[in-house]
Design a protein around this ligand. Structure first.
Ligand code: ADP
Ligand code: MG
Length: 575
């Protein structure tokens, strides 16, 4: 065949094929346009799997009458003028290809009324050519009706699946955008039935209820602010919000994994992997979580122009995005759905005893300071070793978190978790230095499932962990039997502590030992919120008094605040 230039209609249909693959693609493009225009209400109606009829109605700003025709011209867009604009793009569309592509493969009718315009415009196109143009009344917004999709492209028509399958693709598109835009009211009518209706309240949970039902929604947890702490170290301008399923919930497929980058629905193997990684050890093999993951990052850090349907993106730094998502999800799961603990532990079965406290500054007999020299904690924190804690008389517990005590110079409020962390940290450190770690045998060996990365770390540091009291044996693929744990952790969350140690990158030996001591102390320490008996509080305060540095926890946060007599007098206007 000789080389020939294709006629325009053929060119348009070929180009349209890239963007409009099936009825759901039409729905996607029209919904994106409505969202870009600022709709708060979007109704989608389809018949015959979308092949016979698709209608999308929005209440957005509409198109000015004079521009209505332009909207159907290829590469005509109001969203971008220069290629550099892509770096600042906040809209879902940007190529000006959707409307002309749809018009190239279907009959299209558009009725649109712009803000402040007198009436609306009606435009009808067949084979990409305008056949009717008149005015028509309409309230603010746009209605686009698409009929006889692919009638002019029989090859494409043949490739479509059953009506039910096409309808389910359409429902998936609407569902995704409903999840991405909880503030928009979506209605999807399929073959005359309402199959999805969201409330537009702006709460993701409400959309999750509309999509998956209340029972499932109940088992979804929001990615928490606490988990945001897990994002530490990540660039401040990348954030992750959304909801993930608690480990009690799972699905056989990955259809309930939804990813949005700057509110654009995308497919991403990278992000799928990041989320599934976070569930390692929490779900049975072959099961998948539900997740709505919203990633917000500066448009310049993501290229949206890599796929004809705009359903894939390229991140400038994939590793960072992967890590941020993985940690946010893992952090949420760890905080809200703690890994089941082994509550029953037997008596310590190895004979090692903690070494007695080694020499340190005397404390209780130290003359109680009578002036302001230890009055304020910040001062004390600055030079913690210069002063020791006076003997304190416990008065009670406040808010399930704080022990209130009286000292020779006023009142002390002690953070029970931070204080206990300090006590355990020094204890573990002492025991480690003297190679006498007190260990606790588990009544029944417990299994620990780890991620591939943790597995590698564990292979390297198994012996080292043993010197801290963890006895682990390989037990199948990425699974270990835990036989003993440091005694300090026996009532704490040792599995989380272990995972945390395995997650922290290798450091110099001394630093590493120290950070292991901190992790053990943190997870062994009494939790904030736990009610303590008077006896327990007294014991905790006594032990705190005996530490080398009673004023801060191992992470440097204060363990107590002090309100001196003088401060009280000042506050009450007595001096
Ligand atoms: P793109 O979205 O890439 O700009 P489209 O072909 O999808 O290209 O749409 C062309 C233009 O038509 C848009 O840039 C927008 O200005 C206008 N438009 C399309 N749909 C709507 C709508 N529902 N409401 C308001 N304006 C719209
Ligand atoms: Mg568009």
């Amino acid at each position: 065949m000789p080389i020939r230039v294709l006629d325009e209609k053929t060119i348009a249909r070929i180009a349209a094929g890239e963007v409009i693959e099936r009825p759901a693609s039409v729905v996607k493009e029209l919904v994106e346009n409505a969202l870009d225009a600022g709709a708060t209400q979007i109704t989608v109606e389809v018949r015959d799997g979308g092949v016979a009829f698709i209608r999308v109605i929005d209440n957005a700003g509409g198109i000015a009458s004079a521009e209505a025709e332009l909207a159907f011209q290829r590469h005509a867009t109001s969203k971008l003028t220069r290629i550099d604009d892509l770096e600042r793009l906040t809209t879902l569309g940007f190529r000006g290809e959707a409307l002309p592509s749809i018009a190239a493969v279907a009959d299209v009718e558009m009725v649109t009324a712009a803000d402040g315009s007198a009436g609306g415009a009606l435009l009808a196109l067949k084979d990409g050519v305008i056949i009717t143009r008149t005015s028509q009344a309409r309230s603010r917004g746009t209605t686009i009706t698409v009929k006889s999709l692919f009638r002019s492209v029989p090859a494409r028509l043949k490739f479509l699946k059953s009506t039910a399958t096409e309808n389910s693709h359409i429902a998936a598109v609407v569902t995704r955008y409903a999840l991405a835009f909880p503030e928009v009211k979506f209605v999807l009518l399929s073959e005359g039935r309402t199959v999805l209706q969201t409330t537009g309240t702006g709460r993701l949970l409400d959309v999750v209820i509309a999509v998956y039902g209340a029972e499932i929604a109940q088992k979804m947890v929001a990615i928490t602010a606490a988990a945001a702490g897990w994002q530490a170290g990540a660039p401040a301008d990348i954030s992750v919000t959304g909801m993930v399923s608690s480990p009690v919930l799972s699905r056989a497929g990955r259809d309930a994994l939804h990813f949005f980058v700057n509110r654009r629905a995308i497919d991403s193997r990278l992000l799928t992997y990041a989320v599934e990684e976070a569930y390692t050890g929490l779900l049975m093999q072959g099961r998948h979580p539900l997740a709505v993951i919203n990633i917000t990052l500066p448009p310049a850090l993501v290229d949206v122009n890599v796929h004809p349907a705009k359903s894939e993106v390229k991140f400038r730094d994939e590793r960072v995005v992967f890590a941020v998502v993985q940690k946010a999800v893992r952090g949420t799961l760890v905080t809200l759905a703690p890994i089941p603990r082994i509550e029953e532990v037997g008596r310590s079965y190895t004979g090692t005893r903690p070494s007695p406290p080694i020499g340190r500054a005397t404390w209780s007999s130290a003359p109680a300071p009578t002036n302001d020299s230890v009055a304020s904690v910040p001062e004390a924190v600055q030079s913690p070793l210069s002063v020791s804690l006076p003997a304190l008389r416990v008065l009670g517990q406040v808010a399930g978190n704080y022990i209130v005590a009286e000292g020779p110079d006023g009142v002390y409020v002690i953070d029970q978790h931070a204080a206990h962390e300090r006590i355990l940290y020094e204890k573990v450190k002492r025991e480690k230095e003297s190679a006498h770690i007190e260990v606790q045998g588990l009544l029944e060996a417990a299994t620990l499932e780890v991620t591939p990365a943790q597995d590698m770390a564990l292979r390297e540091c198994c012996r080292e962990l043993q010197t801290f009291g963890f006895t682990l044996e390989p037990f199948g693929e990425r699974s270990y039997l835990v036989r003993t744990v440091p005694a300090v952790l026996s009532r704490g969350d040792w599995s989380t502590a272990l995972r945390e140690m395995l997650d922290c990158p290798s450091q110099a030996q001394a630093e590493r030992d120290d950070s292991i001591c901190k992790t053990i102390a943190c997870h062994g320490a009494v939790r904030a919120g736990k009610t303590l008996s008077d006896e327990e509080m007294r014991a905790l305060v006594r032990q705190l008094e005996q530490t080398e540095n009673p004023f801060t926890c191992p992470h440097g946060r204060p363990t107590l605040i002090h309100l001196s007599k003088r401060q009280m007098e000042r506050e009450f206007g007595r001096v």
